[in-house]
Design a protein around this ligand. Structure first.
Ligand code: ADP
Ligand code: MG
Length: 229
């Protein structure tokens, strides 16, 4: 028990440090990007014109890594309140619909009633959106992502299932998901699943991944149900 507490203490300290470092880095980064963009518009220098988009791409990538990381960093920012899972899921689907149709993926969501849990709406949205996004990105060509909820009466938990028919993962790949910076995408950060796992855990949730190569992936996320009253 004591060991567990010390470990969490260190995690919090590291998280708070990461958050302030991230904040300090983002400001100068934005300044640098602004200047590069400004100079690139004015210059006649062919080399500079050619390479400035690359510089900006890399700056954007750095910023994305920092932004994703910043979100894991502050455990104290979690605001737990009674929330409706189905509303959150509906929002996630609507927010990602443009990205999905751009990627030729159809999203379907089977609503099955009203389910209440204790959690943080913003963080939960982020966690679910990371998973749906991965589902969309896993499909090459056309595909579909399906979301549904089910109550497990024996455990009083709500289970959110997000499945896709994308490229799936091997056993080895599956073991690496959630490790910081593990990514197989050219523009990935490898932080999405880590952030999701952390958020889910923070809300007494559990997450499990099932996957089969060339068939697809299914992610089950469960939370203890709360009484609305
Ligand atoms: P990122 O999306 O930036 O790569 P994530 O942590 O979200 O980082 O995912 C890590 C890796 O796990 C992905 O690069 C991908 O290889 C694999 N992965 C995650 N979700 C899926 C999925 N639904 N289908 C196939 N592979 C997945
Ligand atoms: Mg991702």
């Amino acid at each position: 028990q004591i060991e567990e507490m010390m470990y969490l203490d260190k995690l919090n300290m590291a998280g708070q440090m990461a958050a302030s470092i991230a904040h300090e880095i983002r400001n100068p980064l934005a300044t640098v990007r602004g200047f590069i963009q400004h100079l690139a518009e004015d210059t006649q220098d062919k080399q500079f014109k050619k390479y400035s988009p690359l510089i900006m791409d890399e700056l954007d990538r750095t910023n994305k890594i920092i932004t994703d990381y910043l979100n894991v960093a502050r455990p104290s920012k979690f605001q737990l309140s009674l929330l409706n899972v189905d509303n959150v899921l509906r929002d996630c689907v609507e927010l990602l619909r443009p990205f999905a149709s751009y990627s030729n993926v159809s999203i379907t969501y089977n609503e099955s009633g009203q389910h209440w849990i204790k959690g943080d709406v913003q963080y939960l949205k982020q966690a679910i959106m990371n998973v749906i996004k991965n589902g969309i990105e896993a499909t090459e060509g056309q595909g579909s992502v399906h979301i549904e909820t089910k109550v497990n009466p024996s455990s009083d938990r709500i289970v959110v299932t997000i499945s896709d028919d994308g490229k799936g993962m091997t056993h080895e790949e599956l073991k690496k998901i959630g490790l910081p910076f593990y990514t197989t995408k050219s523009k990935g950060t490898g932080l999405g699943s880590m952030v999701t796992n952390k958020i889910v855990r923070e809300m007494q949730g559990m997450i499990e991944y099932e996957s089969e190569q060339d068939k697809g992936t299914r992610v089950n996320i469960s939370f203890p149900l709360s009484d609305k009253n």
